[in-house]
Every structure is written in structure tokens, then in C-alpha cells.
Design a protein around this ligand. Structure first.
Ligand SMILES: [Zn+2]
Length: 413
């Protein structure tokens, strides 16, 4: 066994153990606080709702734990188990003369195998877990038509990019990775621009907001915050799930404000305004731009690393692939890099939570902290989000601060 194989296996096992350990802690913490609503929420959340949140979060956490184990086994089987090597050899028998197409097909078939594991888990989440707690609004027909649509959109968008990547690796010389980085960055910006107008409508219906008095309030908030948008929309989030939300999509001129219909049903105008002010805070603090810049920085470093790895024969042999090739380098890198970055997760989560505090502070100055608190409590209750997460689990994974900390901070704002 090479050193790199040992490091890979050690990190793979560590990842699984950390995920299981955090999951168990989280479940134990929620169950031990199940009998009593935390004092700060006692007036607004019933014991029944609190217990539902504990049980729903427990069921979801169990699923994540199972998913972690299954994905690790799959990764092992694909790499050291020899499945990737077998796939590569099988396509070589079928298409000996066309390197680019063969490379693309090897990568697509490896991802197809991975999705065979993910699809049953997604299905179970929607039709068993969410169903049991009354959140699932999807029919089986919708689930499968979404799956087909996602696959087609992924192929239409991804295939040209994949071919371009393999073509650059093959013929663009030493700096291929730099050209690919430019292409990848441009592709991401293009996706941000076209997603709200062309892709999201494939999955949901978007209607202009018609409630005139709400519209007037929202427009005056937007004007007060110096914000321009290409319209206010209501999305039929309720067709798939009864979880409520609001968001901004796009950037530049294609920016739009989208409210889930479920959010508008549950919150009054003051609360909607406060939630929107929070979202505006994310824009005002350039959180989206910063996230994009970070993504570009990470992909630059990743591609530079791949530019070097593709020339190292140990990279292939240590991961169960006998014949080095460009497409195998790309595939191995995509599959294996999450194992090497998993332990950095808490840093990213921490950064995301800091952004949430900044957006909350913005909402407290431009709308009302009180109404944001009321809205958040309603959303925690209606989404059955736990009020008592395990602190370590939350620090590791959560992009949003725990309810009690977030609300305590808003109360002093
Ligand atoms: Zn936020």
C-alpha cells in the first residue's frame, strides 16, 4: 500500500467516524431536551411542536448518517475496489479510437453509478421521512419527472463543459488548467445569469406578486435600501414541500426577489418585510459576490493541483486505477477531493454563520428586529427545525446560527 493510499483510507474512515459521532451527539442532545420547550420559546412554541421538531430532526440526522456510510463504501468500491478501472477498460473495448468521447462516457457512467445510491435516499427522505411529518407535497410522478429534468439539464449544461475540459487537457499544453479555470468561471457566471430566467421555471411556477399593499411596502423597503430588482415573484414552493422560504436569485440586471407561497401564507406584512430586509442585508454586505470570489479562488487552487496530479502516476495507482489518463485524473479528483476537504467544513460553516449575523443586524436597522424574531420563530415552528441542536454538531455543519443564539442577538440589536 502506498503512502497516498494510506492517507486516503485514513481520511475516509475519519470522515465516516466524525459524521457518525456528530450525528449521534446531535440526536442524543435533541432527545434529552425533548421534554421541555426552551424558556425563550415557551410562549410561542407548544410542547407538541417542539417534540415534532426533535423527532423530525432525529429522523433526518439518521438519514444523513446512513448516507455518509453508504457514500464512503461506494467511494471505496469505485476506487480501490476496482470499479473505475473496470469501467475504463470496458469503454476502451467499445470505443478504442475516440479518446474524448470515451473519457466523457467513463465520467458520466461513474456519476450515474453514484446517483443510483443517492436516488433511493432522496426518495426515502421525501416519501417516508417528510411524508410522516406532513411536509411532503410531492407526488411520485413529480419526483421522477424532476429527476429526468435534472438529468437532462445537467447533461445539456455539463456535456459541453466536460468535452471542453477533456479537450483542453489533451491539447492545450502545460497551462491547460488555467484555461479551464477561466472557462469554468465564465460558465458559473453564465449559470448565475440564466438560472432564474431559464432554469428555475422548468421546476417551479413563478407568478408576479399581486398583493398591491404588500407590493407597495416591499418596494418602499427596496427603495430605502437602494436596491433595484427585476420584479417580485411568488414561487409555488408548496407544490413540493410545505417548508417556507424567501430568496434572491441572479445578479446584475437579472436579479429578482422570490417568495415561496408558503412564506406569504404564514407571515404578516411586517414579518415579510423583516425577512426581506435580512435578505437585502446579504446583498448589501456583498455575501453573494464574496461567495463567488471564494469559489473561484478554491477552483483555481484545485485546478492548479490537478494540473500537477495528472502527471503523477502514483495518484492513479494509489486510487486503484492502473492506466493514467486525463479523464481518470479529472474523475478521481472530483470523487476524492471531498474526503480531503471534509475537515475544513467547520471553517466554512462559521463563515456562513457570520454572514447570517450581519444580515440580521442589517434587518434590525432597516426593518424591525422584533418582527424578524416573530417571523423566525414561526419558520422554526412550521419547518420543524430543532431549537436545541447539539452545539458541536451545529458548529461543524450549520450555515445558520442556532435559534436561541440568533434570537438573543437580535433582541439586543
Ligand atoms: Zn440569511
Amino acid at each position: 500500500m502506498t503512502i497516498f493510499t494510506s492517507v486516503f483510507l485514513a481520511l475516509l474512515v475519519t470522515t465516516v467516524l466524525v459524521r457518525l459521532w456528530l450525528g449521534r451527539r446531535h440526536i442524543a442532545h435533541m432527545q434529552s431536551h425533548r421534554q421541555q420547550v426552551p424558556a425563550a420559546f415557551a410562549a410561542s412554541i407548544s410542547l407538541e411542536a417542539h417534540q415534532k421538531a426533535a423527532d423530525y430532526s432525529t429522523a433526518k440526522t439518521r438519514l444523513v448518517m446512513i448516507e455518509g456510510v453508504v457514500q464512503a463504501i461506494l467511494l471505496y468500491v469505485l476506487t480501490l475496489g476496482g470499479v473505475l478501472q473496470w469501467l475504463d477498460a470496458s469503454w476502451l473495448d467499445l470505443l478504442p479510437d475516440s479518446t474524448l468521447l470515451r473519457g466523457a462516457l467513463v465520467i458520466v457512467s461513474a456519476f450515474a453509478i453514484s446517483s443510483l445510491v443517492d436516488i433511493p435516499l432522496d426518495y426515502y427522505k421525501a416519501f417516508v421521512v417528510d411524508e410522516r411529518f406532513g411536509f411532503n407535497k410531492m407526488t411520485r410522478k413529480m419526483f421522477f419527472s424532476d429527476l429526468v429534468k435534472h438529468t437532462l439539464v445537467g447533461l445539456v449544461m455539463g456535456a459541453p463543459l466536460l468535452f471542453a475540459a477533456l479537450w483542453l487537457m489533451q491539447g492545450a499544453g502545460t497551462w491547460w488548467w488555467l484555461y479551464l479555470w477561466v472557462l469554468w468561471s465564465a460558465f458559473n457566471l453564465l449559470m448565475l445569469a440564466v438560472y432564474p430566467t431559464f432554469i428555475a421555471p422548468l421546476f417551479n411556477k413563478f407568478q408576479p406578486l399581486t398583493d398591491e399593499s404588500l407590493k407597495a411596502r416591499i418596494e418602499s423597503l427596496l427603495a430605502k435600501c437602494g436596491f433595484k430588482s427585476q420584479g417580485l415573484f411568488v414561487m409555488d414552493g408548496s407544490s413540493r414541500s410545505s417548508h417556507g422560504n424567501a430568496y434572491f436569485t441572479g445578479f446584475g440586471a437579472s436579479k429578482r426577489v422570490v417568495f415561496f407561497d408558503t412564506l406569504l401564507e404564514r407571515l404578516d406584512a411586517d414579518e415579510i418585510e423583516a425577512v426581506l430586509a435580512h435578505e437585502l442585508g446579504h446583498f448589501r454586505h456583498h455575501h453573494v459576490i464574496k461567495r463567488i470570489a471564494m469559489l473561484f479562488g478554491i477552483s483555481f487552487a484545485g485546478l492548479a493541483l490537478l494540473g500537477w496530479l495528472v502527471q503523477q502516476s502514483w495518484f492513479f495507482s494509489s486510487l486503484g486505477v492502473a492506466t493514467p489518463s486525463n479523464h481518470m485524473a479529472l474523475l478521481l479528483f472530483l470523487l476524492v477531493s471531498p474526503v480531503f476537504t471534509f475537515l475544513l467544513r467547520p471553517l466554512l460553516s462559521r463563515y456562513a454563520r457570520q454572514n447570517e449575523f450581519e444580515a440580521d443586524a442589517y434587518a434590525a436597522t432597516h426593518a424591525s428586529a422584533h418582527h424578524l424574531i416573530v417571523a423566525l420563530v414561526k419558520l422554526y415552528r412550521d419547518n420543524a427545525s430543532t431549537l436545541t441542536p447539539d452545539p458541536l454538531h451545529s458548529a461543524f455543519y450549520d450555515s445558520h446560527p442556532p435559534a436561541s443564539i440568533r434570537i438573543a442577538k437580535l433582541e439586543t440589536a
